[in-house]
Design a binder for this molecule. Structure first.
Ligand code: ADP
Ligand code: MG
Length: 606
């Protein structure tokens, strides 16, 4: 009996019509899902020229006989669903029977398949959906689908394809997600003839994560032990908040085996990390969620990864709890005591606790500045220290071009005195007019930005080669963002070279940033790449504009990796006041807010 049957029309129309073929990556997604549905344990993906020249998927699944192979190219031919009752409970990836005919209609398509090793395989060649030739060939059990010259007959669509790097990024993402969702399956991935991944099958998801994200993640992965809430189960792995990224794309979530990118889920993850990440950061997670199929509607958008939940609040809760309890195994206190109550103690851990970084002491000008230097307290663990030439305002002043305006102002030895810190996030100071609240990150952004810019224009920017060159596994999106700016980054002292496949090597970083060679250098570079992806760099044509944006990205990222501990308040503010524009960040946000005493008095009715 043929395995494939044609959907009744009523059911066909119940299934939301979706645009299957949006770009090469959407085709690849369908092909790989078909292989998984066919029970493959080995999937080979080969692409050329961003998938436009070639997309080839070979599997060792159950294959098809000749009759089924021909039928698979007909609209609404599916072996996976025969009645509308089945629709709610569907667990396979495909069920519409639309993918193959849609794909075949916009490309030169070849299907070679064999369901029985004792008989020859069927080989079907089509062009624009028309069957040109059907023949018998030799092939082991399984299926190979070859899509060439995608959109060759739809020039309007072809025009919308992006650069090879961008299309590659999307394709790579498809393979990455599929491989993460199916670690028991072996995946091979080749791009332009070059082997990018050969992922061995494994029972341990950690191994698959490490094979894809780089083995350096293993030491930081935290396991989310299977967490049940009602019928919802959540498990997976997390990276600590300090390794959060600047975009949401490193959040990988599967629901019932399907990769999902959904605002409800993203919000829940963020809530679970509450107190562990800073605003605007995205924690890195890999979560596998299972729930009864009738709790979600996967039919909202066939080509996208969004879903609709029957009971979103429950799902949200399950994720928040699973994540939060992994990050802080003991029940968390709702509030830690205000920092200023902990008088002589160092301030409560900053928002980004830095583990595993060797402790360093502050290098604040030992020989002078009684009023400016804080008590030399052991830092709780600063991510890194400002370079010594930065920590010495006097030295820095000497290095400044003799300016005829402002900067002298900052010299009037410490117009600010430290009152304390607000929730470990802001520094409270007073000056002769009232209260001044500093945003440490904003201040450091300004300082680093001007420092880098000055060094760059004066040609004194020095880069420090890393003793142990840092290797980074970058996904396709990161690569596309990075590659576009490699030369400019190099000019800023950030030297990164391709190391083959998805691996990149960071060879040097600006000396000014004084990043330790362990975690923060990596964190810093990844953060800069995220910035490249999110800033308006793409539209910036002029060289200076690009440079400016890069300087901002570097300054922004380096500020993120620094401690907000109040022991750094006075030296940092002193440096800030030496800047040309101390009152705002390069982006124009304030670095400090002033509350005049008389305004405050007024509020009290004085
Ligand atoms: P759907 O996956 O929605 O059923 P498709 O158009 O993707 O629809 O595929 C049509 C049919 O072709 C599938 O139902 C399946 O029976 C068959 N098929 C497609 N790809 C493969 C494959 N790699 N191995 C075996 N059978 C396949
Ligand atoms: Mg399918």
């Amino acid at each position: 009996m043929p395995r494939i049957s044609v959907l009744p029309d009523t059911l066909a129309s119940q299934v939301a019509a979706g645009e299957v073929v949006e770009r090469p990556a959407s085709v690849l997604k369908e092909l790989v899902e078909n292989s998984l549905d066919a029970g493959a344990t080995q999937i080979e993906v080969e692409i050329r020229k961003g998938g436009v020249a070639l997309l080839k998927v070979s599997d060792n699944g159950h294959g098809m006989d000749k009759e089924n192979a021909l039928m698979s190219l007909e609209r609404h031919a599916t072996s996976k669903l025969t009645s509308s009752e089945g629709l709610a409970a569907i667990m396979t990836h495909g069920f519409r029977g639309e993918a193959l005919p849609s794909i075949a209609s916009v490309a030169r398509f070849r299907l070679t398949t064999n369901d029985d090793p004792s008989t020859p395989a069927t080989d079907i060649n089509t062009e624009g959906g028309k069957v040109l030739q059907v023949s018998e060939v030799a092939r082991a059990k399984g299926t190979t689908m070859e899509v060439k010259d995608i959109f060759y007959n739809v020039p309007a669509r072809r025009k919308f394809l992006k650069s090879e790097a961008t299309e590659y990024a999307h394709l790579e993402h498809v393979v990455r997600l599929s491989a993460l969702g199916n670690s028991a399956v072996r995946y091979q991935f080749k791009n332009n003839g070059r082997l990018i991944w050969d992922l061995k099958p494994t029972k341990d998801r950690r191994t698959r994560i490490a094979d894809l994200a780089g083995h350096q993640v293993l030491k930081d992965l935290q396991e989310v032990e299977r967490y049940m809430m009602g019928e919802i189960a959540v498990e997976g792995y997390l990276l600590p908040g300090r390794l959060a990224r600047g975009t949401g794309k490193s959040q990988t979530v599967f629901i019932n085996g399907r990769p999902i990118d959904d605002p409800v889920i993203r919000g829940a993850i963020r809530d679970g990390y509450h107190g562990h990440i800073q605003q605007g950061q995205f924690p890195v997670v890999w979560l596998w969620i299972t729930m009864p199929p009738d709790m979600l509607d996967v039919n909202v958008h066939p080509a996208k990864r969004e879903v609709r939940f029957a009971r979103p609040t429950e799902i949200k809760h399950a994720i928040v709890e699973a994540v939060a309890s992994t990050l802080s195994p003991q029940p968390r206190k709702p509030h830690s005591p205000p920092a200023f109550l902990q008088t002589s103690e160092p301030v409560a851990p900053p928002v980004r606790p830095v583990e595993s970084v060797e402790q360093r002491t502050v290098e604040v000008t030992p020989r002078e500045e009684e009023s400016r230097s804080p008590e030399p307290v052991e830092p709780s663990a600063p991510a890194f220290q400002l370079a010594s030439e930065w920590a010495t305002p006097d030295q820095q002043e000497m290095a400044l071009p003799v300016a005829d305006e402002e900067p002298q102002e900052g010299e009037q030895s410490a117009p600010f005195s430290l009152i304390g810190s607000l929730q470990g996030k802001y520094w409270l100071m007073e000056d002769e007019n009232g209260l001044v609240v500093f945003d440490p990150r904003a201040a450091r952004k300004r300082i680093t930005y001007e420092g880098l810019k000055r060094a760059y224009t004066e040609n004194t920017l020095s880069a420090q080669a890393l003793l142990i060159p840092l290797l980074l596994e970058l996904d396709g999106h990161d690569q596309a963002a990075l590659k576009a700016h490699l030369p400019t980054l190099h000019e800023l002292g950030i030297e990164i070279t391709s190391f083959g496949g998805n691996t990149f090597q960071v060879q040097s970083l600006p000396t000014l940033l004084e990043l330790s060679e362990s975690g923060d250098a990596e964190n810093f570079v990844l953060g800069v790449i995220d910035q490249l992806e999110t800033t308006s760099l793409k539209s910036a044509k002029a060289r200076e504009k690009v440079l400016e944006q890069l300087l901002m990205a570097v300054a922004h990222q380096s500020a993120l990796t620094q401690s907000a501990d109040q022991q750094f308040a006075l030296p940092v503010v002193a440096e800030l006041m030496l800047c040309e524009l101390p009152y705002c960040t390069p982006e124009g946000k304030p670095t400090m807010i002033h509350y005049a005493t008389n305004e405050i008095a007024k509020k009290f009715g004085g």
